[in-house]
Ligand binder design. Structure first.
Ligand code: FNR
Length: 383
């Protein structure tokens, strides 16, 4: 770790003193006031829309735009959340939900809930501790973080603050540079790799204003800021299914293919050795007008869900969205922008509180659907 990165750990939570990433105990009841139909949402200020509003007030407008932006006319980015809300549920009654369990095992780790942190770049614009704070928040909530390969903190630094974490990989034209980065992540304890497959080229985002206001002159962040021009650090547009198998073999880690929207592509990834598939349209930041993930999920789950875990991200904003995704066949979900807003507004504790809110809301929705554990979230719950 260089002097530069050491300086930037100022104020970072000390992982040695942090809470253990234990799975939360089963909920007796998710709602603190379960017997009153006047029970208010105990943490309404953690609603992602409210968090975004508050984050926007404090962020440099260029940073806000970078986080919020979609590609093109922002059609896909704009409709992602609404797509989840088009589903209707068929709740079961007269099932014993006196004890609720949201925990699961994924990539060898026991997690408190199926709500993970999606990989997103450049967290240092949101908080001075960057991804280190995000990782500490995910750890405190007992869940996993996927660390972006475009992070603004060094891999080892983030790993030291993290609970279970996975490393997101862009296959660069310079494959040696790619492998060197993955080597570091594997040595630092990543328990899985997430190979992003939907970025042969980075799509234009009209809202994006370079240069970004990176708060410290960190080599890592500068290297990855828009405007950095070194062709060897560009994503390889010739990426192919066999690269999944090569990565898995070389590092001995499970590889999830992220950015799949079609059943036939999901099949190709699994046949090539993927340990899982992540249904994603990159938060509407790649092909504008790519289908909403809420609608892409079911065919992908039907094609490969019996064989490998299928995860999904994009517009997941509350526990009912999570429940819907799981009922449609996802094993877990990932959260992108809301984590960035929580990080901006509340640092590591803010991230932990947001993730815990998703978990509590999921537990409540499970109870109201007659499902005591995640395996009971089956397709028949969707009308
Ligand atoms: C992303 N995303 C992303 N994905 C990835 O594989 N590698 C990356 O470095 C990034 N970087 C990134 C930056 C920002 C600012 C955003 C908003 C997103 C995509 C991300 O992992 C995820 O697919 C979406 O963010 C999920 O959608 P929501 O939850 O933001 O709606």
């Amino acid at each position: 770790m260089g002097a530069d990165s050491a300086r930037n750990t100022d104020g970072a939570p000390d992982p040695a003193n942090g809470p253990e990433p234990t799975a939360a105990p089963p909920d007796a009841h998710p709602n603190p006031n379960p017997n009153s139909d006047t029970a208010a949402d105990p943490d309404l200020d953690l609603d992602p829309e409210e968090l975004e509003r508050r984050a926007r007030e404090v962020l440099d407008p260029r940073a806000y735009d970078y986080y919020a932006a979609g590609s093109g006319r922002e059609v896909s980015a704009g409709e992602a959340a609404a797509a989840w809300r088009t589903f209707r549920l068929l709740p079961r009654v007269l099932h014993d939900v006196s004890s609720l369990d949201t925990a699961l095992e994924l990539a060898g780790a026991r997690l408190s809930s199926p709500v993970l942190v999606a990989p997103s770049a450049l967290h240092a614009m949101a908080h001075r501790d960057g991804e280190t704070a995000t990782a500490a928040g995910a750890r405190a909530a007992g869940t996993a973080m996927v660390l972006s390969s475009r992070a603004s903190r060094e891999i080892e630094q983030v790993a030291a603050a993290a609970g279970p974490w996975w490393f997101q990989v862009y296959a660069l034209r310079d494959r040696d540079a790619t492998y060197r980065q993955v080597e570091r992540a594997a040595a630092a304890g990543a328990s899985a790799l997430v190979l992003t497959v939907d970025v042969p080229y980075v799509a234009a985002k009209p809202r994006l204003r370079a240069p970004l206001p990176l708060q410290q002159d960190e080599a890592t962040a500068r290297r990855h800021a828009p405007g950095f021009r070194d062709p060897s650090f560009e994503q390889d547009p010739a990426l192919a299914p066999r690269d999944i198998g090569l990565l898995a073999e070389r590092f001995g880690l499970p590889v999830f293919a992220k950015g799949v929207l079609r059943a036939d592509d999901a099949r190709r990834c699994v046949d090539a050795g993927a340990a899982g598939v992540i249904v994603s349209n990159h938060g509407g930041r790649q092909l504008d007008r790519a289908v909403a993930t809420a609608h892409a999920l079911r065919p992908v789950a039907d094609a490969v869900g019996g064989q490998v875990p299928v995860l999904v991200d994009g517009g997941i904003r509350d526990g009912v969205d999570v429940l819907t995704a799981l009922a449609l066949g996802a094993r877990a979900v990932l959260i992108g922008r809301p984590v960035l807003w929580a990080l901006t507004v509340g640092g590591a504790p803010g991230v932990a509180a947001l993730l815990e809110r998703y978990r509590r809301q999921l537990a409540e929705a499970m109870a109201l659907c007659g499902a005591a554990r995640l395996s009971e979230l089956t397709r028949d719950l969707v009308a």
